[in-house]
Design a protein around this ligand. Sequence first.
Ligand code: NAD
Length: 437
Amino acid sequence: MDLSIIGSGYVGLVTGACFADVGHNVICVDNDLRKVEALQAGKVPIFEPGLEEVIHRNVSAHRLSFTGSVQEAVNNSQIVFIAVPTPQQPNGDVDLSFIEKVAREIAGVLTDYRVIVDKSTVPVKTGEKVAESIKRYNRHGAKFDVVSNPEFLREGCAIADLMHPDRIVIGAQSEHAIDLMKKVYEPFMAPILVTDINSAELIKHAANSFLALKISYINAVSAICEASGANVEKVADGIGMDRRIGRNFLNAGIGYGGSCFPKDIAAFITISEQLGVPFNLLKEVQQINGAQKERFLKTIRETLWVLREKKIAVWGLTFKPDTDDIRSSVAIDLVADMLREGAQVTAYDPKGMEKAREVKAIAGVKFASSAIEATEGAEALIIATEWTEFANVDLSVIKEKMTTPIIFDGRNMFNPETMGQLGFRYHSIGRSSVTPR
Ligand code: NAD
């Protein structure tokens, strides 16, 4: 099929590449012309495992191309996907101006029937607004259908998630549009759930909120574990072995971050309030998430006493491993907090440093070229993102490099007992701290 995707970021680019990989002809559009030029020149502007290879393969096969022109994309595709940002406004509302602009642009160049699919995460009832907007600016009176097709990919394993999704949600009114959408997804051989547009939009916010709730649940349990001497990993195993609950998203840590959970939970709270049915449980989810980072900082402060002039190494800046995405990363917030208190922070991240260099809030941070180098002369090491690379570092070398071997592990990467035996003072989340043996 001939498809186009407007917005070539983490979602649009990966979706476009995977659609092309199953045999569709795909045009990816972006209004950031530097991004388009880079892609046309064979450079992939984001890091996502396996993405570069899939893009190159499909560009060579002439199934995937890039442009800055919405008109070119709309003219040459049966279905137009929208994957532009839907960021949070300061008051918690979702900023829908990107979606509205794209809807107007599509309407302006629509001459024949097209299916317009919203892939961005949007508040329930946005599809109605998109349809109204297209109708208003549709100069040629062309026919169209609007579909909601929320995206569930996870950065870091986005290709696998797209190629083997748990489910495809198609929210639509028109049978014709549903048939076309089913054809798009046929090669993926995944379960398809067809709903009305409002339900499809709501599924995305409800799913992300539930996952965030699971994280906050185990994080709240981790605080109780610390206070009682229990071990949150064992508790999570014990809960997670119950198939009704499952072990996924039960890893205690310093809280969720990233470009989706914080904004989507805030959006769902606002949406529910605007609909007159406040979802107060989600406010507690947010509160627990923020408190988790603060509790971690409190442990750091209590152990190091004052942070001013302390040399602190930080491993990990991205919001999760296997991505270069640092948007709303708790690791970045932690570094910013410690810099404000006068600490001398040296950070290392396998993929996130290029983007982190541009973040004003952490302008005072030094960047190391390896995990080991970051710990040179450090009085404490903070593990903020669980990159596999960190698990493979020789900890005896780290101990030699550090002035005082104290580790604050915000992602429970290591076994406390082993750390004590290796001679570290080791603090983690929801598990008893250990001192050197
Ligand atoms: P992103 O910022 O990585 O990419 C968005 C792209 O859209 C950018 O390249 C931007 O230049 C482009 N753009 C903005 N306005 C445009 C316009 N008028 N015309 C053409 N291009 C335009 O964002 P993302 O992470 O891909 O997220 C996109 C949407 O998908 C959001 O609603 C997000 O909540 C949702 N989502 C994201 C993820 C994720 O893991 N990142 C997962 C599921 C859903």
